[in-house]
Design a binder for this molecule. Structure first.
Ligand code: CA2
Length: 166
């Protein structure tokens, strides 16, 4: 059974309570329930966590190395500031998908830069909570293809980059 850790960053515990026009009306519990339902259908074990603390997120990423096959993360505001979270993802080497509820590229300039995207296999931004479900399907397919030794676009890309080609 594939195992995926899902991490929600700071303030996402407030989902559904305010800023609904930007982040949607679902609570974090409702988002997590939808993720769990799809994970059951895909026969994936998911571990869902939220923290307002950068250090706690770093610890959970590090711990995932021994227990999980991949990570889905919405680093929230730490997306735009955290070298520590980027370094942790790079260090564990687990395939990681970055999710944002809003389209960070259509928002303020400071949200356009992500420290995480360079170490993620992909980024989903602007599709609301559906983004987590797409990330789960995408990461599931990526992990299955990896087990079978088949190439996904992300694997081909990292192989080309390792050989010095873009
Ligand atoms: O669009 C996203 O998912 C973000 O990661 C959300 C972050 C923001 O800093 C990123 O630029 C984009 C903010 C999460 C705050 O969530 C709230 C939810 C409800 C009410 C207030 C904040």
């Amino acid at each position: 059974m594939l195992r995926i850790r899902v991490l929600h960053g700071p303030n996402l515990n407030l989902l559904g309570s305010r800023e609904q026009s930007i982040y949607g009306s679902l609570s974090l519990d409702a988002v997590d329930s939808a993720i769990t339902k799809l994970a059951d259908e895909l026969a994936v074990k998911v571990d869902l966590r939220q923290s307002n603390s950068e250090g706690e997120l770093v610890t959970w990423i590090q711990e995932a190395r021994s227990e999980y096959d991949g990570i889905i993360i919405n680093p929230a505001a730490y997306t735009h500031t955290s070298v520590a979270i980027r370094d942790a993802i790079a260090a564990v080497g687990l395939p990681t998908v970055e999710v944002h509820l809003s389209n960070i590229h259509q928002r303020e300039e400071f949200r356009h830069r992500s420290y995480v995207s360079g170490v993620a296999i992909g980024q989903i931004s602007g599709l609301g909570s559906t983004g987590y479900l797409l990330a789960l399907r995408g990461l599931h397919d990526h992990l299955i293809a990896s087990r079978r030794g088949k190439n996904t676009p992300a694997q081909s890309r990292s192989r080309r980059t390792a050989k010095g080609r873009k």
